[in-house]
Design a protein around this ligand. Structure first.
Ligand SMILES: [Zn+2]
Length: 74
C-alpha cells in the first residue's frame, strides 16, 4: 500500500504512480476534491488537495534603524 496521505504529489492508491502534473488537475478552489484517473494503471481514485497557507509580514520601514547594523546607510 503506497503512502497516499499528505503527500507532496498525488499518489495513486492502486499502483503508487505519482502524478507529477498536479497543477493541471482542475480543482474547484485551493482546497478541492476530484476524481482523478491514474495515468499509469487507469484506475479512478478520489483525490483531495489540502492547502496549507501561511503568511509572513514585515514592516516596510523599520521604526528604529539603530539596531539594524547590517543595513547600508546612504
Ligand atoms: Zn495507478
Amino acid at each position: 500500500m503506497p503512502d497516499t496521505s499528505w503527500t507532496d504529489q498525488p499518489t495513486c492508491p492502486y499502483c503508487g504512480h505519482i502524478e507529477r502534473d498536479a497543477w493541471e488537475i482542475p480543482f474547484d478552489s485551493i482546497d478541492g476534491e476530484v476524481v482523478q484517473t491514474c495515468a499509469h494503471c487507469g484506475e479512478d481514485y478520489h483525490l483531495s488537495r489540502n492547502a496549507i497557507i501561511t503568511y509572513t509580514s514585515e514592516p516596510l520601514k523599520k521604526a528604529d534603524t539603530r539596531d539594524a547594523g547590517s543595513e547600508v546607510q546612504s
